[in-house]
Design a protein around this ligand. Sequence first.
Ligand code: SF4
Length: 435
Amino acid sequence: MQTKTAHAFREDPVAEPDAEPPSQCPGSLPAARAAGAPLFPLLGALAVSRANPRTRSFRRRFFPEATSAEWSDWRWQLSNRIRDTDALARIICLSEGERAAIERHHGPLPVGITPYYLSLVDPIDPEQPLRRTVVPVLGEYLRIQGEADDPLHEDGHCPVPGIVHRYPDRVLFLVTGLCSVYCRYCTRSRMVGTSSGENFGRNTWQRALEYVAATPQIRDVLISGGDPLTLSDEVLEYLLGSLRAIPHVEMIRIGTKVPAVLPQRITPALTRTLKKHHPFWLSIHFTHPDELTPEVAAACGRLADAGIPLGSQTVLLAGVNDDLATMRRLMHGLLRNRVKPYYLYQCDPISGSSHFRTPVEKGLEIIAGLRGHTSGYAVPTYVIDAPGGGGKIPLLPQTVAGRDGDDLLLRNHEGRIFRYPDPGGSLGAALATAP
Ligand code: SF4
């Protein structure tokens, strides 16, 4: 249940004025916003439909020719993505490293940022979390031992192009290589954003659908990419309808970052299309609480009102969300927006990702700081997607402390030991008996 007073969006009092930026930094923010302070401190589920003040101000300054209708049109946002150094430098003050990294880039995972998402990026501070996730840095060109272009061996589990079949009863169905925003830590950085890979095409989809239809053990299909919600409603209707017509497919999911980076895409027409194919679930990729704008709240609200269960998937990223306070703010914000935190991923060892990866202890420390200290619904499952294609392996803070005869000794969230009568059991016997 939502309460208006607790969750109502309050406009950021320092983001609205059009203060003149320093001349060398085109999009400087008003100086009053302290580094690290939340963009939308009290945002909740009672979203307003108009653009947030920071984004309005950004639009007036950098896209003055865009009408409100254009700005709110997802196709306009997609076709006006910022994709090169000149366009980005017109809006943010690029560091030397960022500029060099963009200019050195070729191949997949290009720069691509929707105007809407760029409005949330700090134009001056290269260390701002959202900026780190979408603006390349030279660290991307560093390859260290253990990294790989396809660390999860997805390409080795493809019975037909577009299908990754690793678990017995479910498949990944990769339908496009196009994303509205390119995340610099993307697990599929080897294949997204290439001109040839943006559209997988009907022949590839048809072969993949035939594989699913011919494989009766598949009961769950996760449509991913790239970002499937960059496809038109008509194409989504074709894909979802084709899957729904296969009797053994019980559950259809889409994995997407669109609600966070292109919330304009979540139109009433799209939600009508999606809700026709229940049971249909959406896994949304959220990274940081500053993504939870009024526009995102409205998008999530529309999806939730259509009866679509929403789960979030978050990648643990150094310098972005690797502290308890940020992660708690994100998880609480997601719940206020009717999104259940589902997975927290340890960052995959993708080539050039070492600047994003944290020690595994950091993830466990964050989970330990959430578990027992806040609502259970706010605690995601922390997993490592095992390199080599071993699948997701959950990691939990150690709660089994030992065994004393018939008693299992358990450690709670405060570190205190409790006994649970467990006659006949042996769990914990191999551990040192707790005092
Ligand atoms: S939206 Fe998803 S697929 Fe696209 S770049 Fe980001 S993480 Fe990769």
